[in-house]
Design a protein around this ligand. Structure first.
Ligand code: HEM
Length: 452
């Protein structure tokens, strides 16, 4: 018997008033999404302001939307708004611009290049940890942000980003993302023209960020080809027409790609590492197993990319951290053409929301889902789970282009630091999540260092 899709029926979901939707999201987006998925099932519908949102919480839906259905969707409005910060870089562009730029950038992320970058990652991590002192108290989140920023500066832009510049870039990006909340508001594009102090801070931060990045572009034009990302972008030629100058990319386009990689390439990885060290501080047993592996494999030297295949437990620790605290905690897509899914039809114009945070904490795939248990990553356990029950890097043609880079960096920095240091949370440090574009620790991560 043929079963008709419930095309006209809306999936179940919470009823939020026009304004309550915004407030709920602002106050506790994670709790709300988890509750909605657990209460209403794998396809749930709700409304935030004027937006129809379909929360999809089965791993197969990740495939249906991001892989099989990618032609029917575009980046969500929230991410499109990120254009104000990132311009038309890889993360925010669409269609042919995206396709062309992805092709252009692909060689930068080749395996052999990532291995070369790996040497730099471990050296930089060792250098950062040499500055630390036994018993020192520090904000590990800040430290790791500075470290991953220096690494992305060196590996991709072939230059030592000065400490002051690194702080400036990080500060500017933070200011801008702190204001990102406004972009959930209708008419945000009109609000941003008003002479409000918050708007002034936003534009000042943007100008400061651009100054650093345009400065790097200037330096590279003067230096000539060094085989790094900027050199490649400067040399890139395309038949595509459009905004290119003399067949090449304009400084503006290069700025957009560089800013995107600068941001995507350090914020996410530093957050993943921060949560990893937090989890280790809460589980001495896991930490001991990690130390045993590092001592055995590394024998008191800093790790190299060629060590990674033997750092199996290190990989499991990092995977489990990405599961529990996925730096990209949710992904939205605007549906461009009706999309049949899970017995319903998601209408054109609606938003499909896939949340790593929700799916990664689903007890169907991860029993006792809040427990930090790296053994979930034994090959047999992984094979028993649906493919997209773990998707910290997204899926399909818009999947993270920096995934290999992130694994290399995450594991090498983790191994380099953990072989020498243990961290303990400072008394009074409150742990809370701040779900913005990434899943930050809301109050930083104040830790006390202990040399092993
Ligand atoms: C733990 C670290 C990281 C996580 C969790 C992460 C996560 C993601 C996710 C989920 C997406 C897909 C977004 C979407 O489809 O809406 C993405 C895209 C992207 N990521 Fe990452 N990322 C990480 C590290 C990196 C690094 C190290 C780089 C560069 C050095 C990078 C560069 C990018 C870029 C350029 C895109 C856009 C790709 C495209 O649309 O073609 N990411 N990332």
């Amino acid at each position: 018997m043929k079963t008709e899709p419930r095309a006209l029926a809306r999936p179940p979901g919470p009823q939020l008033g026009f304004l309550r939707g915004f407030r709920t999201f602002r106050r506790d987006a994670l709790g709300f999404l988890l509750h909605t998925a657990r209460t209403y099932g794998d396809v749930a519908w709700f409304r935030v302001g004027p937006f129809d949102i379909y929360l999809l919480s089965h791993p197969d839906h990740v495939r249906d939307v991001l892989v099989a259905g990618h032609h029917a969707v575009t980046k969500s409005r929230v991410l499109q708004e990120a254009r104000r910060i990132l311009g038309d870089g890889l993360l925010t562009s669409e269609g042919n611009t995206h396709k062309r730029n992805r092709r252009l950038l692909q060689p930068v992320f080749h395996h052999q290049r990532i291995v070369e970058y790996g040497e730099v990652m471990a050296v930089y991590a060792a250098r950062a940890s040499e500055r630390w002192r036994d018993g020192q108290e520090l904000d590990l989140h800040e430290e790791l942000m500075a470290l991953t920023l220096a690494i992305v500066g060196k590996t991709l832009f072939g230059t030592d980003v000065e400490e002051a510049d690194a702080q400036r870039v990080a500060g500017s990006l933070r200011t801008m993302f702190d204001m990102y909340d406004r972009f959930f508001m209708p008419f945000a594009e009109h609000l941003e023209r008003l002479p409000l102090p918050a708007n002034r801070r936003f534009w000042q931060a943007k100008a400061s960020l651009d100054e650093v990045i345009f400065g790097l572009i200037r330096d590279r034009r003067a230096d000539g080809d060094r085989g790094d990302l900027l050199s490649m972008l400067l040399a890139a030629r395309d038949d595509g027409g459009g905004q290119e100058t003399n067949g090449g990319m304009s400084d503006r386009q290069i700025r957009d790609e560089a800013t995107t990689i600068f941001l995507a390439g350090h914020e996410t990885t530093s957050i993943a590492l921060t949560w990893t060290f937090y989890l280790l501080s809460q589980s001495r047993e896991v930490e001991e197993r990690l130390h045993r592996e590092l001592d055995e494999v590394l024998d008191d030297r800093i790790p190299r990319p060629s060590d990674l295949p033997r750092l199996e437990f290190t990989r499991r620790v990092f995977s489990e951290s990405l599961r529990l605290y996925p730096p990209a905690w949710t992904m939205g897509r605007s549906v461009a053409a009706d999309l049949p899914l899970g017995g319903y039809v998601i209408p054109a114009g609606a938003t499909a929301l896939l949340s790593q945070y929700v799916i990664h904490h689903d007890p169907r795939w991860y029993p006792d889902p809040w427990r930090f248990d790296p053994d979930r990553w034994e090959p047999a356990a992984v094979a028993a789970r649906p493919k997209y029950s773990f998707f910290p890097f997204g899926a399909g043609p818009r999947m993270c282009i920096g995934e290999d880079f992130a694994w290399m960096e995450g594991m090498l920095v983790l191994a380099t630091i953990a072989r020498e240091w243990q961290f303990g949370l400072l008394p009074g440090q409150v742990i809370d999540l701040q779900p913005r574009i990434t899943l930050r620790p809301k109050y930083g991560m104040r830790m006390r260092l202990e040399r092993r």
